[in-house]
Design a binder for this molecule. Structure first.
Ligand SMILES: *[C@@H]1O[C@H](CO)[C@@H](O)[C@H](O)[C@H]1NC(C)=O
Ligand SMILES: CC(=O)N[C@H]1CO[C@H](CO)[C@@H](O)[C@@H]1O
Length: 438
């Protein structure tokens, strides 16, 4: 019996080997066509590749850049300088688009869904020089000149929220991208916390507004007075306790072990496993998803890259915004420590009127983290609000802005058109100024 089984195995191996050795150039062409396809060719492989490997796999050019902030964090950026099928001539100067991920995410967000749906690939094909940032503390930016993210009982590395990400990381990365690309200004696309950190930058470092031709906020988050997310409501209620307890026991990182998610993604979230709905529900709890836009087959790949790491304080800072219904700097807890940092017993508001970059908001009816009323309030207070666009699908939700099956048709194409229009305008303005100076 055993011997028979062995024989079958051997026979199969021989047959496979024969098939492999007889691969004709037709087969290779077929294989290449597969790799060119719109979708992931292997979700398990994609779960285990890092961003540069993933981009290389799909035959796009990729560069990794490292920049150190003034307070010692070492950040990694990923760049797709040109397209693969279109706009694929190297070393041409192109308009720069800087893309910034949300909470617990990374640059992987913009490539994970594959060439047909990943925002970074789409932008590269449309003729843009694409730069993807990574905030301090995530998988790609978990390094510091002197502080150790893994230090036991010492959370010094993790003493930051999205205040520091917007005040320091985003401007540092923008300056770097401008310098390397030789451009003076760029376009910015942010998702969720990637929009929050932009508004932080625009208000605390207003000189940066002039470096941005246009800003596109997908699922914009500033005010959270109308939160509908159960996850965030719980967080708001216990946020400050969570941070106190976490600090006491020496934890500064939120959900440190992403290996668990990678494992879960590949074992219980894959197709044909009865637990798959559970995984969808975890995504729903955190950010909302909807059946129309959710490709469950992709979950192993998503959980291979997300969560990518964040500090406890990033959550607590959002929790504070839910509780006090404002958009203000991180509350250090006591009057004394606030006075030491801000010179006032309460943390100051972010002044949205100082955000003078032309801003476009892209939002949806069913986003539990960016309620329509909060988006409206943000729009009214911005220094130069240009347009407010509701995604034309009622059920479109927070994570669909990056993982949604039809995100391109419902959202990205519009953003690209707006960027093109603003870019043309920017040069006109420049010409006018030149003429005026002459
Ligand atoms: C979902 O993802 C899989 C794997 O990438 C792909 O083959 C499939 O076409 C996708 N489905 C939709 C509806 O986009
Ligand atoms: C609209 C809504 O659900 N608002 C809630 C947001 O969270 C705070 C804090 O838990 C609640 O008090 C609000 O009712």
């Amino acid at each position: 019996m055993l011997r028979g089984g062995l024989l079958v195995v051997i026979a199969t191996c021989v047959a496979l080997a024969a098939a492999r050795s007889s691969a004709s150039s037709d087969d290779i062409q077929e294989l290449l066509k597969n790799i060119d396809s719109r979708y992931s060719t292997d979700v398990f492989e994609d779960a285990n590749l890092d961003v540069p490997e993933l981009i290389t796999k799909y035959r796009y050019p990729v560069e990794t850049h490292t920049v150190t902030t003034e307070d010692g964090y070492i950040l990694r950026m990923h760049r797709i300088p040109h397209g693969r099928d279109a706009n694929n001539v190297p070393n041409q100067k192109k308009p720069v688009v800087f893309v910034m991920h949300g909470l617990l995410s990374s640059s992987a967000d913009f490539v994970i869904m594959g060439p047909g749906s990943g925002l970074a690939y789409i932008l590269a094909e449309e003729g843009f020089d694409v730069w993807m940032g990574n905030a301090r503390g995530n998988y790609y930016s978990r390094r510091h000149l002197t502080l150790n993210p893994d230090a036991l009982l010492n959370t010094a590395f993790w003493q930051f929220s999205w205040d520091e990400i917007g005040n320091i990381d985003v401007p540092t990365m923008i300056d770097y991208a401008l310098e390397v690309s030789g451009q003076e200004r760029l376009h910015y696309i942010g998702h969720s916390q990637g929009t929050t950190s932009f508004f932080v930058m625009g208000s605390l470092r207003p000189e940066y507004n002039a470096k941005i031709i246009s800003m596109h906020a997908m699922a914009p988050v500033a005010y959270m007075a109308n939160n509908r997310s159960l996850f965030l409501r719980v967080l708001a209620s216990y946020g400050n306790d969570i941070e106190t307890i976490a600090r006491l026991i020496g934890i500064g990182e939120f959900m440190p072990n992403s290996l668990i998610f990678t494992w879960a993604g590949q074992s219980i979230c894959r197709d044909e496993v009865v637990f798959q709905p559970l995984c969808s529900n975890i995504l729903f709890l955190i950010g909302g998803w909807n059946e129309d836009q959710h490709n469950t087959t992709m979950m192993p790949a998503i959980f291979g890259h997300t969560p990518a790491g964040a500090s406890v304080r990033q959550f607590v800072h959002y929790g504070q915004g839910i509780t006090d219904r404002g958009f203000r700097r991180y509350d250090h807890g006591s009057r004394r420590s606030n006075r030491k940092v801000y010179g006032s017993s309460k943390p100051p508001n972010y002044e949205l009127s100082k955000v003078t970059t032309p801003v476009f908001l892209h939002y949806s009816d069913s986003d539990p983290l960016a309620h329509v009323n909060d988006v409206d309030k943000l729009f009214r207070e911005l220094g130069r609000p240009m347009g407010k666009f509701r995604v034309p699908q009622r059920t479109f939700s927070h994570l669909d802005f990056i993982y949604g099956i039809n995100a391109r048709d419902l959202l990205y194409n519009r953003i690209i058109n707006l960027i093109r229009a603003m870019d043309a305008n920017a040069y006109e303005e420049e010409n006018e100024i030149t003429e005026y100076q002459n």
